[in-house]
Design a protein around this ligand. Structure first.
Ligand code: NAP
Ligand code: MG
Length: 489
């Protein structure tokens, strides 16, 4: 490592202190644009996860008994510090994950929004008074925090994902141990500094980096961890669900997507092309809500294919920290190889490459994990990328004739996170939107996320919601109080 001296050595955040891994080991976090070292990250294992759970369990009684208003004050303070440091942390997101700076800034905004919204929403975690059939009794319910939560997040939304989980959990009165993805651990440890700077009480929020299976197994086997909140692949989600079954832990699972985009021939074509292109190349296609299967009505198929390809060729690819760059690299070379394999398979089965279709060529791209914005037409339904999540900048186009056919095709996968419809016909928008088997449907709209709104999937895309009122429910239990009341005065 030639610039080793300049490279920061990051620390985990456990019980309000910044600490190395107990093993003393570290691993390297690199910039996907050029392979340069970003930071050395502690390679934590069971021991570190255990001491973080110790801290979270010790902090729980005090934190959970604070009033919601008192917790809100602390959470707003985290948002204040995050606002102050948003530029710096956005640039770490870009350096470590690769997304363009404006997308990273969007993540920071969603993080701040989530903190502020949940700080207030937890103050409205009302219970109820239930009309009782028994005169000498009163029945009431109270909302209580679940307890210590173990959170595991992926690399593609490394900052906002922390707060999608931590903001509702902490506001509800839970304490948390969070494990980021290996590839973007430095972002998490910068965010840990924000909690420290905001004088957050020790042990309430903890960050552990390192060996995912070891840390995950502490979450699963330590009975003090009452809930697992996971975002990532369906494969790992399934593994965690099985593990959580032993102690009947509560779970939230935000898993893979395979979003259909249905473009009807009565859409506003210019707006649609722009929206679909933006959705497809967002974060270089590495978004769980990204366009995976683009179904185009037969009459406009050729035109959509041509105009989407023109767009794809114009996307400026490069180092996301540079102005004007619209798409960065993929997270690593393994991701590039996976996309290559999926495109190769589709082409062998008959798909036609209309734009891109290969790694980016040229000196500027040699050291990074870049893949060109790609459009494939005439993709056969048997292609692997129809059934698998592409997680790369490849727009795959399929053709359909009727509305019924479009709905059937869209629903014919085991996933159901988001779906998108483009049409100017309001009856059709409702009809189709209501029949799609997904947790979210965008109608002439690609932005389906907001701090205020429930985000999540059905079928193999997950269990539970993040965002909105529903997101708070994930961290609350309902306690019933049955009270004897003597009738005579
Ligand atoms: P992944 O392999 O499932 O990784 C996600 C997280 O799980 C990482 O922190 C990873 O740590 C950890 N992990 C891996 N193996 C584990 C184990 N045995 N025990 C405990 N933790 C383990 O997913 P990915 O491929 O990195 O991320 C992309 C996936 O996430 C896509 O499928 C995408 O759709 C999904 N995603 C879903 C949403 C949503 O809201 N539904 C949002 C974003 C992404 P290491 O990286 O350190 O191995
Ligand atoms: Mg992984």
């Amino acid at each position: 490592m030639k610039q080793e001296n300049a490279v920061p050595v990051a620390a985990m955040y456990i019980d309000g202190r910044f600490v190395p891994a107990q093993s003393g080991e570290t691993f390297e976090s690199v910039n996907p644009v050029n392979g340069e070292l970003v930071a050395l990250i502690p390679f934590g294992d069971e021991r570190d996860a255990r001491s973080a759970v110790d801290a979270a369990a010790a902090a729980f009684p005090t934190w959970s008994r604070l009033s919601a208003a008192a917790r809100a004050k602390y959470i707003h303070r985290v948002a204040d510090v995050l606002e102050r440091r948003r530029g710096e942390i956005a640039s770490v997101v870009t350096t470590e994950e690769g997304k363009p700076l404006h997308e990273a800034q969007g993540e920071l905004q969603l993080s701040i929004d989530s903190l502020r919204w949940y700080a207030e929403e937890a103050r409205r975690a009302y219970g109820s008074w239930i009309p009782d059939p028994v005169p000498s009794r009163r029945l009431l319910t109270q909302r209580q925090p679940v307890g210590v939560c173990g959170a595991i997040i992926p690399w593609n939304v490394p900052c906002a994902m922390i707060f999608r989980k931590a903001a509702p959990a902490l506001a509800a009165g839970c304490t948390m141990v969070l494990k980021p993805a290996e590839a973007t651990s430095y972002v998490s440890l910068k965010v840990a500094e924000v909690f420290a700077e905001a004088d957050f009480p020790a042990g309430v929020m903890n960050f552990v980096t390192g060996k995912s299976s070891a840390i995950g197994s502490v979450f699963l086997t330590d009975a003090r961890v009452r809930k697992i909140s996971f975002t990532g692949s369906t494969e790992v989600g399934r593994l965690l669900l099985r593990g959580a079954a032993d102690q009947i832990k509560r779970v939230s699972m935000e898993l893979g997507g395979n979003a259909p985009v249905i473009i009807f021939d009565d859409c506003d074509l210019t707006a649609t092309i722009q929206a679909v292109s933006a959705l497809k190349f967002l974060n270089a296609g590495q978004a769980c809500i990204g366009a995976n299967r683009i179904y185009v009505q037969a009459g406009i198929y050729d035109e959509v294919s041509r105009r989407l390809s023109d767009h794809a060729r114009q996307v400026k690819v490069g180092d996301g920290s540079q102005p004007g760059v619209a798409m960065g690299p993929l997270v690593d070379m393994r991701a590039v190889e996976k996309v290559e394999a999926l495109v190769g398979d589709a082409v062998r089965k008959g798909a036609v490459v209309r734009a891109g279709g290969s790694r980016m060529q040229g000196e500027a791209y040699e050291k990074g994990s870049f893949y060109a914005p790609t459009v494939l037409s005439e993709v056969p339904l048997a292609a692997r990328l129809h059934d698998e999540e592409i997680f790369g900048p490849v727009a795959a186009l399929y053709s359909f004739d009727t509305e019924v056919q479009a709905v059937e095709m869209a629903n014919n996968v085991p996933y159901g996170l988001s779906a998108y419809i483009f049409t100017e016909n309001i009856d059709r928008a409702f009809r189709v939107g209501e029949r799609l088997e997904t947790g979210m449907v965008g109608i002439n709209e690609i932005r389906v996320g907001a701090a205020e709104a429930p985000f999540g999937g059905v079928k193999m895309s997950g269990i539970g919601r993040e965002g909105g009122r529903e997101g708070l429910e994930e961290y609350l239990e309902t306690k019933l109080l049955a009270i004897r009341v003597r009738e005579q005065i």
